[in-house]
Design a protein around this ligand. Sequence first.
Ligand code: NDP
Length: 282
Amino acid sequence: MAVIIDGTKVSQDVRDEIRKEALRLKADAGVVPGLAVILVGDDPASHIYVARKEKACTEVGFLSREYKFPGDTREAQLLDIIAELNVDTAIHGILVQLPLPQHINPDSVINAIDPKKDVDGFHPLNVGRLLTGNPFHTSCTPSGILELLDRYEIDIRGREAVIVGRSNIVGKPLALLLLARHATVTVCHTRTRNLPEVTRRAEILVAAAGSPEMITGDMVRGGAVVIDVGINRLPGGKLVGDVAFDQVGEKASHITPVPGGVGPMTIAMLLKNTLHAANDLT
Ligand code: NDP
């Protein structure tokens, strides 16, 4: 059976380090990192995510401010709030919880955030900096995956990495991060022909498709490191990833569980980006 990569433990270690660094920043410069989270509408999952982010902030000694708006809020109102937060010296990170209601253009909202405060790493400037090898804020889930690989001392350089999924928030930025660390990267999607043939090449296989247990044992090379980003709720309520954990766990060298793998790392990296922003803006 593969080594199970314990994202809950690594996330806790990262948060402990962040709490210590935040204390030092307060002692040395009198600065408390501040995160503003903007939530529009009443999507229940978004409310849960935002509550978790706030709790995580408070636990590491950050200031956390929440801005909740009804679903019919106009885009212009959001842009006004963002403009205020951009110049608010107590706030170092601004996060707009996605998805936004249909009538609001997410690109306009993200583009309005000061790139230095864009702790989600979604602003085109931050994406461009990642692309050109000079990253500032990097998207949280992909950087959480790198952190997991590093803390388990998994070599990336020269290895064959295959990512299933090409979204702007996971697949694409992860491809760039792995490329920067000298992996040979292949990105798959719904038009990829003969997916199992491609995934079987992977020494590092990342599933980020949002398709329950689609990566089966026959799609995985023996000894591969398998990272499961997927979060899927089955009709009975059970939470599963994109990887058939038991089958794949028999063949892989390392595997992340769902829950308790990549998920907890995303919030830890959000805190890390906020601390980075606070240091940079101080
Ligand atoms: P998107 O829906 O934006 O993207 C999914 C990608 O997977 C697309 O590129 C799609 O291809 C591809 N894909 C879907 N099904 C298949 C298939 N059968 N074969 C090959 N490719 C496929 O999803 P996200 O990137 O936002 O999220 C992916 C998963 O990760 C979701 O389950 C989400 O809940 C989870 N997630 C977890 C996070 C965490 O913190 N753990 C954070 C973010 C996401 P195409 O482009 O051709 O449509």
